[in-house]
Design a protein. Structure first.
Length: 323
């Protein structure tokens, strides 16, 4: 197994074991009315938005970029959809409008980064700040509640498993298929390793960068639909708050380098599961929620240190001596 995947896998196993010790029924599953319930299902369902956003973030980071605005995209998506429904519109129309707007925001980020040459962290920081303000304007600073069965299905519906899990897994499978079975994945890595050399080799670097930022925004938009649908409300101030940090942490834990280039979708899946399982563990053992970020920082630092090249060289030397 790739050593970069070994450590997040061990971290996930340790967290699951800790949950099992704290709650002996943690692995228990039950089938009721054709729906599967259990703590493990809850972990997957609550982690579905993070996984979805982390997918888009993985491809952005692979191009040597970053997108800090995905949390704002989440808020905007939920705000636009719920406001549209509350105003008498249909759920499908509201969701389509929200995703189109998120795609436009992704185009804007891609324009700033690929055309104007602005550093990604600065370009997306602009929308991170302004985007949540836009969501507040859409909702007029209020929490918009809706009662729409069709919309509720996105975040709270079931098809044996919660629909949100199925959407995230389908997105993961589709992303893996497109990037690993076509040349797109290689082109993304090429742009991340050396954008100028890629351009000279005939790769349309700007188009690639534009594409990944739009994809990241769309993933965030769908995640926003999940989050607002789950509670049948849009809270522009809190929806998706700090979820961009969780997504970045999931990508880094999964072994993708922030310097761009090679990336791992499998690692991103493991990273998202580690982040969500850690959050669940903190609640299970009775740790106050306000210190969640501290525990996340400790786990991330530990996993990243274990993945560090210097430590990898130490392990390699020990294996060579043992052989």
């Amino acid at each position: 197994m790739n050593r970069r995947l070994l450590w997040p896998l061990l971290a996930l196993a340790a967290l699951l074991l800790l949950n099992l010790v704290a709650n002996p029924s943690f692995f228990a599953l039950r089938l009721q009315d054709g729906h599967l319930f259990g703590s493990l299902v809850d972990v997957l369902r609550n982690g579905a938005p993070t996984l979805l956003i982390a997918l888009g973030m993985t491809l952005v980071i692979a191009t040597r970029g970053i997108d800090l605005s995905v949390g704002a995209d989440v808020a905007i998506s939920g705000a636009v959809t719920c406001t549209h429904i509350a105003g008498g519109g249909g759920a499908l129309g509201g969701m389509a409008l929200a995703l189109v707007l998120c795609a436009v925001l992704g185009l804007w980020n891609g324009f700033l980064v690929s055309v104007l040459g602005i550093q990604p962290i600065i370009a997306t920081l602009v929308l991170m700040t302004a985007g949540r303000g836009i969501a507040m304007l859409v909702t007029e600073g209020q929490i918009i509640t809706v009662d729409n069965p069709a919309f509720r299905e996105i975040g709270a519906g079931f098809l044996f498993l919660p629909i949100s899990i199925l959407i995230s897994l389908a997105a993961l499978a589709a992303t893996a298929l497109v990037t690993r079975r076509t040349a797109l994945g290689m082109l993304i890595e090429s742009v991340g390793v050396n954008p100028e050399a890629s351009r000279l080799a005939g790769v349309r670097s700007r188009t690639i960068i534009w594409t990944v930022y739009v994809f990241a925004a769309l993933c965030a938009g769908v995640a926003g639909l999940m989050i607002s649908s789950n509670v049948s409300a849009a809270d522009a101030n809190n929806a998706g708050l700090w979820i961009e940090m969780d997504a970045i942490l999931a990508v880094v834990i999964g072994g993708t380098s922030l310097a761009g280039g090679r990336y791992s979708l499998t690692g991103t899946l493991l990273g998202a599961l580690v982040i969500q399982t850690l959050t669940t563990t903190i609640y299970t053992i009775g740790v106050p929620p306000e210190v969640t970020l501290v525990f996340k920082a400790i786990v991330v630092i530990a996993v990243c240190l274990l993945q560090a090249p210097a430590l990898s060289r130490v392990f390699a030397r020990r294996e060579a001596v043992a052989a």
